[in-house]
Design a protein around this ligand. Structure first.
Ligand code: NDP
Ligand code: 2IT
Length: 446
């Protein structure tokens, strides 16, 4: 039995009720076997054992008062996973499915993703089992304020810098930042994804979706000699990542024909009307089924995962973890899909990943393909430190450069270890190396 499979067994035993965390560790460690063989010094320094244990996990009570004057209590989390290469950095997720295992899987992925960006950011993640759906504006504000009341003790511009994720967008960031500022008298920009009027960066809103398309355009060009032009694209989700992936895929000449939310998906053969989606989702916070009331030639189908039955050339899962299973993967391949790019974190189940890796398709893992969001958060931190703001064009240009570099480093690492075009192995190895070298340099403190 190899050294790393022993560690996976220990992780399984110690975190038995955290299946998503175990899944994320397994996927990374399988890729790292070759690194462990090549660099025995990492094993000697206990890097593998240390990297699966968060530096710190904070769990806290979030009490708040609803519109009926009733006290509600939610659970808050912040997992400060690894600070070897910079301050903990990663989003906050508000969704009823949130628990410690979900936050740990996201925090673990974030370590390698942030390393891939080339910027000095460690890995962290947080959130709450609070469900923003159906809450009034004042309930959202009171919840965000109570959440930040506790979180503010644990974060800082040089220590831990949160951002958005599922259920946390510009509205929630605004309320949390306002509370942090009031409590701490501090204006150093402790959260990213801030509004443009108080220290936010241009392009941060668009960054994850745009970055995903920049990465995919590069991978498709390099591996298949093709581009987005004239390709049929399907995208799951209709939140922040999905909307701006749709925008960029369209700008690059693709035709996006399907989007979804957690209830179902829409199919519009002539191409999605993105202005309408933005209005329904960003402004009115409505369900995607409303789309067909305006466009009678579009079709709405109940059941979000049925979207994978739609014939396409490129599929971009941009909703949530484990939304694309083995059966869906086989259907996509059978229908001629040749490139899959993960905009979400771990949207593809391990069995589905095996289907893609065993076929002649491009499979781009989230930690590389969706790193544009956190990379632009890094650029927001830079601008905050400089007390300066760059133009849209300048940030977009930097984002594009970063995504092309991530593709190139991922592809190079895969090749170096004899796994040409295996972007899963390449991303895991390239992301790990920098963190491991930093941890080794620092001695046994991390
Ligand atoms: P949003 O909250 O803006 O949108 C989430 C979308 O996914 C919504 O359409 C939502 O539908 C759908 N969704 C959420 N949970 C489920 C579920 N259990 N089943 C089916 N659909 C679901 O989040 P983001 O767009 O920001 O995040 C989407 C994914 O991208 C997440 O995996 C996130 O971790 C990842 N990500 C986000 C980044 C960012 O910068 N925001 C950066 C990198 C990755 P509904 O409205 O019905 O709930
Ligand atoms: O998963 C992610 O990379 C994010 N939700 C963005 C994190 C960030 O700090 O911008």
């Amino acid at each position: 039995m190899s050294k790393l499979s022993n560690i996976i067994d220990i992780v399984k035993e110690k975190n038995a009720n955290e299946p998503e965390f175990i899944q994320a560790v397994k996927e990374v460690f399988i890729s790292l076997e070759v690194v462990a063989e090549k660099y025995p010094e990492f094993d000697d320094a206990g890097i593998f054992e240390r990297i699966v244990e968060p530096e710190r996990q904070i769990i806290f009570r979030v009490p708040w008062v609803d519109d009926n004057n009733k006290v509600q209590v939610n659970r808050g989390f912040r997992v400060q996973f690894n600070s070897a290469i910079g301050p903990y950095k990663g989003g906050l997720r508000f969704h009823p499915s949130v628990n410690l295992g979900i936050i740990k899987f996201l925090g673990f992925e974030q370590i390698f993703k942030n390393s891939l960006t080339g910027l000095p950011m460690g890995g962290g993640k947080g959130g709450s089992d609070f469900n923003p759906k159906g809450k009034s504006e004042m309930e959202i504000m009171r919840f965000c304020q109570s959440f930040m009341f506790e979180l503010s003790r644990h974060i800082g511009a040089n220590k831990d810098v949160p951002a958005g994720d599922i259920g946390v967008g510009s509205r929630e960031i605004g309320y949390m930042y306002g509370m942090y500022k009031k409590l701490k008298d501090d204006n150093s920009g402790v959260i990213t994804g801030k509004g443009l009027s108080y220290g936010g960066s241009l392009v941060r809103k668009e960054a994850t979706g745009y970055g995903l398309c920049y990465f995919m355009e590069e991978a498709i060009k390099d591996i298949k000699g093709e581009s987005f032009k004239n390709q049929t694209v399907i995208i799951s989700g209709s939140g922040n990542v999905a909307i701006y992936a749709c925008e960029k895929a369209t700008q690059l000449g693709g035709k996006v024909v399907a989007l979804s939310d957690s209830n179902g998906y829409i199919y519009h053969e002539s191409g999605i009307d993105l202005d309408l989606i933005k209005k329904l989702k960003e402004v009115e916070r409505k369900r995607i089924s409303e789309y067909v009331k305006i466009h009678s030639d579009a079709i709405y189908t109940e059941g979000s995962t049925k979207i994978w039955n739609v014939k396409c050339d490129i599929a971009l899962p941009c909703a949530t973890q484990n939304e694309l299973d083995e059966k869906a993967a086989k259907t996509l391949v059978k229908n001629g899909c040749f490139a899959i790019g993960e905009g979400a974190n771990m949207p593809t189940t391990p069995e589905a990943v095996d289907v893609f890796r065993g076929s002649d398709v491009i499979f781009a893992p989230g930690k590389a393909a969706n790193a544009g969001g956190v990379a632009t958060s890094g650029l927001e931190m830079t601008q905050n430190s400089m007390r300066y703001s760059w133009s849209f064009e300048k940030v977009d240009e930097k984002l594009k450069r970063i995504m092309i570099d991530i593709y190139s480093n991922t592809s190079k690492a895969a090749k170096e270890y004899g796994k040409e075009n295996d972007l899963v192995a390449g991303a895991n190895i390239a992301g790990f190396m920098k963190v491991a070298l930093a941890m080794k340099s620092h001695g046994i403190v991390f």
